[in-house]
Design a protein around this ligand. Structure first.
Ligand SMILES: [Zn+2]
Length: 461
């Protein structure tokens, strides 16, 4: 068949590894680049990426309408001229051009020549959104992920349990590729608790002395409970060296005796930023991304260090672009400074909530994630929470549901303390209701969704 190419034939791996150094050499190399070199490389990559994005109708139409042309991109500053877009724009593109939208820079009809994979968003906020990945995009994305896992403590040759769902979602496959192809780790592909029982997950992790179990922080804590029921000690019988799990940091570290570092990424662009042991922010992989912060309401530039929405441009892909995607995740971008770890890569704050979840509660802007973080800040509470907004008469009311193992007789005092914390920190009254561990699972979908749900707006019901 003319022009047929196999995936391993389309990527120049020497060029790939020059552009995006894999671990461990990355941490002796490009991780330590000086600010001028970082930004010079960023600009060159941005210019190349702008030219390829301009070939894609979704971007060309927007840029033409805004009077922007890729040739206008002469400095990193010029990126501010490019119109941003949000998830709704992607949704409209899919509706108008099903099933792939007009934002893909790759073509299924050409897959024999340019091998592709397709993955879909986890649909935490609406209908699933597909992304086509070229082989280069898979490999480069896997290198970034391998760096993040290395920074968290995974080492070449380790056995790692992958308890994410192998599904239409990218997560499990992206971890699998990063571990196997770029760290030579042996992956135990257990999938979720629905595929491999929790007891079996624990047995496998202990028998094979896995150094990490990839899943949500909540499910990992559940596995620790199961291990205890089986007469095992989570600190001694597991061999965990890394906690690449998003969840209750203090609890995870306490249960497993291993440091937990925060990370940030999302479906369309994969792994963006990773906290280093200095714990002073998440370093952006700037050979692959330019990150900006914009005002949640106006989309205008926000000064360094002030909170706003992350607006992300990837520069590493060859297929479906994301160029000034206002992802509406809240964070801050710190000024470029050298970190204690030696890196000059810019740092963002941890994920601080969703801008489109913002609730105006009696004149105060409130984010459910912020409510949750404050509410659970008590050792008598588990880390789980779920927030509901309701209309009662003419007033908006908010209720946060929490879980505890405390005796029923102590519930009133624990709830009152949480209500007092919320009132003091947020300036509004929010009601607290307590339940037993697991009582929120149907709302949070914690065992079935890659990102737990934390909020439901019932004011229109
Ligand atoms: Zn650092």
């Amino acid at each position: 068949m003319a022009g047929f190419r196999r995936p391993f034939e389309v990527v120049d791996h020497a060029a790939l590894m020059r552009t995006h150094q894999p671990p461990p050499e990355y941490f002796e190399g490009d991780w330590l680049l000086g600010p001028e070199e970082i930004e010079a490389r960023q600009l060159a990559a941005l210019q190349t990426r702008a030219r390829s994005a301009y070939e894609v109708p979704f971007f060309r139409d927007r840029w033409d309408a805004a009077g922007f042309h890729p040739n206008d991109l002469k400095s990193l500053e010029d990126l501010w001229q490019v119109p941003a877009y949000q998830v709704d724009d992607i949704r409209k593109s899919i509706e108008a051009h099903p099933p792939l939208g007009d934002y893909q820079g790759a073509d299924l009809a050409n897959a024999a020549q340019e091998p592709l994979r397709v993955f879909m968003s986890g649909a935490t906020t609406g209908a699933p959104r597909p992304t086509l990945y070229t082989q280069w995009d898979r490999e480069a994305g896997a290198i970034l992920m391998a760096r993040a896992l290395y920074l968290q403590g995974v080492r070449p040759g380790d056995v790692v349990v992958n308890a994410w769902a192998y599904s239409t979602h990218n997560g499990a496959f992206a971890f699998d590729e990063a571990l196997h192809k770029w760290l030579s780790c042996v992956v135990l592909t257990t999938g979720t608790g629905n595929v491999t029982s929790s007891r079996r997950q624990v047995e496998l992790a202990c028998q094979y002395q896995a150094t990490a179990i990839l899943t949500t922080g909540d499910y990992l804590l559940h596995l620790a409970e199961v291990a205890v029921e089986m007469g095992l000690d989570p600190k001694k019988d597991f061999n965990l060296k890394a906690l690449p799990n998003i969840g209750d940091r203090a609890k995870l570290e306490e249960v497993f005796g291993v440091p937990n570092y925060q990370s940030y990424g999302f479906h369309e662009v994969q792994w963006v930023a990773q906290e280093c042991p200095a714990r002073a922010g998440l370093h952006v992989f700037e050979d692959a991304y330019v990150v900006q912060i914009v005002d949640p309401d106006t989309g205008e530039r926000v000064p360094d260090g002030e909170p706003g929405c992350l607006c992300v441009t990837e520069t590493y892909k060859t297929g479906s672009p994301q160029f000034r995607y206002n992802i509406q995740d809240l964070s801050v971008l710190h000024p470029r400074e050298q970190c204690e770890c030696g890196s000059w890569l810019r740092r963002i704050g941890p994920f601080a909530g969703r801008a489109d979840n913002m609730i105006k509660l009696r004149g105060v802007n409130v984010w459910p994630e912020a409510v949750g973080a404050i509410a659970v800040d008590d050792p008598r509470l588990e880390g789980d929470y779920f927030v509901r907004a309701r209309r009662e008469g003419t007033r908006d009311e908010m209720i946060v549901h929490l879980t505890t193992r405390a005796e029923a007789g102590d519930h009133a005092a624990i709830a009152a303390a949480a209500e007092a914390r919320l009132k003091e920190r947020l300036g509004v009254r929010i009601a607290v209701e307590l339940g037993a561990p697991g009582s929120l699972d149907a709302w949070t979908e914690i065992h079935t969704s890659p990102k737990p749900k934390r909020f439901r707006d019932e004011r229109a019901d």
